[in-house]
Design a binder for this molecule. Sequence first.
Ligand SMILES: Nc1ncnc2c1ncn2[C@@H]1O[C@H](COP(=O)(O)OP(=O)(O)O)[C@@H](O)[C@H]1O
Ligand SMILES: [Mg+2]
Length: 377
Amino acid sequence: MNARFPDDSKPVIAILTTSDRERKFCGNRSNFRDIIRTGKELGYLVYVVTVRDLKLESRIVNGYVPAPVGKLWHRIPLPLPQIIYNRIPTREEEEKGPVARKIAQCLEHQDIVLYNPYFFNKWSLFEWLKGSRATSRHVPHTKRLRSSRTLASMLKNHDSLYLKPENGKAGKGIMRLNYRGDAVLPYRLQIQGLKKNLTYKAASLDRLWTRIEKEKGDDLYIVQQAIELATHRGRPFDLRVLLQKNGRGGWGVTGIGARLAGVRSITTHVPRGGSIEEPRNMLEGTFGSEKTAAILRSVPTTALLVARQIERASEYALGEMSMDLGVDKNGGLWFFEANSRPMKFDEPAIRKLSLERIFQYSQHLALQSKLETPSRK
Ligand SMILES: Nc1ncnc2c1ncn2[C@@H]1O[C@H](COP(=O)(O)OP(=O)(O)O)[C@@H](O)[C@H]1O
Ligand SMILES: [Mg+2]
């Protein structure tokens, strides 16, 4: 067996990213290393390719593979991939002309399958999920934040709101607004900073709006009903679900984790003091073991419904996504967001299966595309 072309029946897979002047290519190198190692173990040729190096008209392209020992990566000629695992790191990169054009060309290419072409936008996700009755019941009341009038109308129904950038991630730019009618300064805005939260209190909606505008700048925001989340030792937590397509091309739940908020944090992100937890431990204190088991059974069902609706409504081929779900005080599940470039899950069992799934699904895609174009080699 040739080391470069391990097995003819297995597709060549490339991890797509953008180039970087200093580091050669962008993205999480240890993640890429894990993917390549897993691929190798399963008999696949897999490498990293930059948008610039992915020359779709040639049969051979320059790709990166890790050196057997140490941290070096080698740039070597490799066969054009059949399957592209998209890890373009940010929305900003994805929207640049050359990157956007390359993604479009991959989507049109006869012999190449690229899935998860684009990042999700928070507002689109909510629109998509409101479009189906089965998923709309898990979606908090959400609007686009355009003026103080939107805030006023949302505050008529909810005393507590989340303000989130449409293209945000990792808690960046998130604010929480609480209204306390009996207080002298009834509007309380918690602004999440990198290290700590700052609270701004205002007497009027106009003042509050001035401050919000200053915080959000030109970024587009959504405003959303705050869900009263179940807590563990007084701190809110949420569930993180990883969904991937399997070797039969169907959606499956790879794993479910929990993230507990840091002290006084308005989100559960690990870099902001949040911690990785076992879902059962988070739920049992509030719900007891029987109800916890029932909630945990409802998570995959709901997450799968949501994933299918997102895929249907987005009209793109998707192979994986992660999802943040909140659990309210009654054990009800709420959708907060889905991510089309899931970050790696550090739970070992989830991590292991997630790496294997990439190859199982790639194999399925390769078989599919051969069936669709039987005359092609
Ligand atoms: N409507 C909400 N009600 C209660 N908590 C929320 C709400 N929206 C977000 N959160 C909390 O904030 C976290 C981050 O929100 P999310 O929409 O996932 O933004 P990001 O893209 O920055 O991760 C969630 O995981 C959840 O803990
Ligand atoms: Mg999130």
